[in-house]
Design a protein. Structure first.
Length: 432
C-alpha cells in the first residue's frame, strides 16, 4: 500500500536520506568532533616523532673588547670577534616504556576520534529521522483533518436543510455545528503542530529558516512481517562494530595505556647524546699572522658522545598520585564501557520487540480502519434516514478519525524501528 500526499509547486523535495545527509554535513557538533579527531591525528604524529633523534644547531657571534684571553693563554688588552658553531643530538634509549605506550595511546585516540565523529553523525541522523517522521505524521493528520472538516461542513449544510424541512431538530443541528467547530479546531491544531515539527527539523538540519523546506511525504508500505532475528546475534555484531561500542572500547584502552605511561615514570630514563663544536676567532687591529677561517674551523673542531641516565628517586609523591589517578580513570572507563554495552543490548532488544509489536498493530489497525469506515458510512446513511442521532454520527466519525491517526502513527513508527534495528546490524543510517 502506498500513501501519497501531493505537494504543490516546483520546489525541491527533500527525501529522508537527503535531510539526514544535510544535517550531518552541516551540524556544528559533527564539525567539533572532526576538529577533535584532527587534533588526535596531530598527537599521533607527535608521538611517532618522539622516537626520532632530537637534533639542534646553534650559531653565536660575539664582539670582545678590553682584556681578553689570547690563543697562547695570555691576557692582553685587545678587541676580537668570535664565531661559535655547535651541533647537538640526543636519542632516547630507554624511558620505562613511556614512548611506546604514548605512541600506542595516540594511535588508539586517533581511532577514538574517528569513532566519535561517526557516533555524532549517527546521533544527528537518528534525531533527524525521528523529527522527519513527525513532520510526515502531522502532514498526514492535516490531510485527515481536512477531509473530516470537509465532511462535517457537508453534513452541517445537509442537517441545516433538514432542520428547515422539519426532519431534524435544532439539537441535532447544534450537535453537528459543534462537531464542525471541533473539526475546524483540530485542523488548526494539526497545522500548528506541523509548523512546529518543520521548524524543529530545520533547526536540527541547520537549514536556513527563511527558506522553504518541502519534504518527500511519499512512503511505501510493503511488508509488515519482519524476519525472526536473534537479538543475541544482532547484539554480538553491534558490540564488535557499532561506533558507540567502539568508542567505549577505545576510551578504555586509552586510559589503560595512560596508566602504563604513568607507571613508566618510575623507571630510569636513558638517553644517548652527542655534540660537535668549533669556533673562529679574529683579533681586531693586530698586526700579526692569524689563522684563516677554514684552518681554525678544522683545528678547533671537537666531538663527544655520552650517555645520560636519569633515576627518579623522590618526586614529591607526584608520580604515585598520577598513577593512582590514571588507574581510577581506567576503572571508570571500564565501567562506562560495561554500561554502554548494556544500553546497546537493551536498545536492540527493545527496538526488535517494538518493530514486531508495531507490525502486529498495523495489521489490526488496517482491519479496524476498514471496519470503522464501513460503520461510519452505515451510520451516516441511517442518520440521513432519521434512524441515528447526531451523537451517534459524531461518535462513529471520531472512531474513524482515531483509527486512521493510529494507523498512520504505527506505520511511521514501524519504519523508524526497522531502520534502527538495521543500523545495529551494520546498515548505515545515511547513504552518502
Amino acid at each position: 500500500m502506498t500513501v501519497l500526499f501531493m505537494v504543490k509547486g516546483q520546489e525541491k523535495i527533500w527525501t529522508l536520506n537527503e535531510c539526514m545527509l544535510y544535517a550531518v554535513e552541516n551540524s556544528p557538533k559533527v564539525k567539533q568532533k572532526s576538529y577533535e579527531a584532527d587534533s588526535y591525528e596531530a598527537s599521533y604524529t607527535t608521538a611517532l616523532g618522539a622516537f626520532l633523534p632530537s637534533i639542534s644547531a646553534n650559531v653565536e657571534g660575539a664582539y670582545n673588547f678590553g682584556r681578553s684571553l689570547k690563543d697562547d693563554n695570555t691576557y692582553a688588552d685587545i678587541s676580537s670577534f668570535a664565531n661559535y658553531y655547535t651541533l647537538n643530538a640526543s636519542l632516547p634509549v630507554f624511558t620505562g616504556g613511556q614512548l611506546i605506550n604514548q605512541w600506542r595511546q595516540a594511535k588508539v585516540n586517533r581511532q577514538l576520534g574517528k569513532s566519535d565523529v561517526q557516533v555524532t553523525r549517527d546521533d544527528i541522523a537518528m534525531r533527524t529521522m525521528d523529527v522527519f517522521m513527525n513532520v510526515i505524521y502531522y502532514q498526514g493528520m492535516i490531510k485527515i483533518a481536512s477531509e473530516k472538516l470537509e465532511e462535517s461542513s457537508r453534513m452541517f449544510l445537509q442537517t441545516q436543510r433538514m432542520e428547515e424541512l422539519g426532519l431534524k431538530s435544532k439539537a441535532d443541528l447544534a450537535q453537528i455545528e459543534a462537531q464542525l467547530a471541533g473539526d475546524d479546531y483540530l485542523l488548526t491544531q494539526q497545522e500548528n503542530q506541523y509548523n512546529t515539527a518543520l521548524l524543529t527539523l530545520k533547526d536540527l538540519m541547520n537549514y536556513p529558516y527563511d527558506e522553504n523546506l518541502v519534504i518527500d511525504t511519499m512512503i511505501t508500505y510493503t511488508d509488515y512481517f519482519p524476519p525472526l532475528e536473534s537479538v543475541e546475534d544482532i547484539s554480538t555484531y553491534a558490540l564488535a562494530h557499532n561506533p558507540q561500542a567502539l568508542s567505549a572500547e577505545y576510551n578504555y584502552k586509552s586510559y589503560q595505556l595512560q596508566h602504563k605511561v604513568m607507571k613508566g615514570k618510575l623507571y630510569p630514563s636513558v638517553y644517548l647524546y652527542g655534540r660537535v663544536s668549533t669556533n673562529y676567532l679574529y683579533y681586531l687591529g693586530e698586526d700579526f699572522d692569524q689563522l684563516v677561517f677554514h684552518e681554525q674551523w678544522k683545528n678547533k673542531m671537537s666531538e663527544y658522545v655520552g650517555i645520560s641516565v636519569s633515576i627518579p628517586i623522590f618526586q614529591g609523591l607526584s608520580n604515585i598520585s598520577g598513577i593512582r589517578r590514571a588507574r581510577n580513570n581506567m576503572r571508570i572507563a571500564a565501567e562506562q564501557q560495561v554500561d554502554i554495552n548494556r544500553q546497546i543490548q537493551t536498545t536492540i532488544e527493545q527496538n526488535v520487540l517494538d518493530r514486531q509489536g508495531y507490525a502486529k498493530e498495523i495489521i489490526q489497525m488496517e482491519k479496524q480502519v476498514d471496519a470503522n469506515d464501513m460503520a461510519y458510512k452505515l451510520t451516516l446513511r441511517r442518520y440521513e434516514e432519521g434512524l441515528m442521532s447526531s451523537l451517534d454520527l459524531q461518535t462513529s466519525s471520531y472512531n474513524l478519525l482515531q483509527s486512521r491517526s493510529n494507523l498512520l502513527q504505527r506505520r511511521l513508527m514501524y519504519i523508524i524501528k526497522d531502520r534502527i534495528v538495521n543500523y545495529y546490524k551494520g546498515i548505515p543510517l545515511v547513504e552518502e
